[in-house]
Design a protein around this ligand. Structure first.
Ligand SMILES: [Zn+2]
Length: 130
């Protein structure tokens, strides 16, 4: 699937404190401490939103940016898809559809259960969770 490369914007820094506290300085997808940084999920809202932004390590940011996943290192996505944080859930689902086979019943059930629409690549009801 071809993806547009989206450049992160400086405004996301406004969420730095909040998300650093939320993530405890770890990648919210794989819990790595390797170069974690804020990652805003496109398309961006007008103002940076903690529900569209997560702390991600260098490797996970690379996956999100390029729309490519190394399947052998992607096992953590299955847990991250169930995160309480909509941004983490959304990021994990977007990556899961890249690593798992689309007709895998497990994948279909999971995406449906967490409210992810693979066609729009968005959560269908992010506010109804939790
Ligand atoms: Zn990571």
């Amino acid at each position: 699937m071809a993806r547009k490369r989206v450049v992160q914007r400086a405004a996301v820094g406004a969420l730095g404190k909040h998300i650093t506290r939320r993530s405890r300085g770890k990648c919210e997808l794989c819990e790595s401490r390797e170069g974690p940084a804020l990652y805003e999920l496109p398309p961006f809202p007008l103002d940076p939103d903690p529900d569209r932004t997560l702390m991600a390590c260098a490797s996970c940011r690379g996956w999100l940016e390029h729309g490519k996943v190394e399947p052998i290192r992607a096992h953590f996505l299955r847990n991250a898809a169930w995160s309480d944080e909509p941004a983490v859930r959304l990021a994990a689902c977007r990556l899961l559809v890249l690593v798992e086979t689309p007709d895998d019943p497990w994948l279909r059930d999971t995406l449906e259960a967490v409210g992810f629409d693979p066609e729009k690549e968005e959560l269908t009801a992010p506010d109804e969770w939790a």
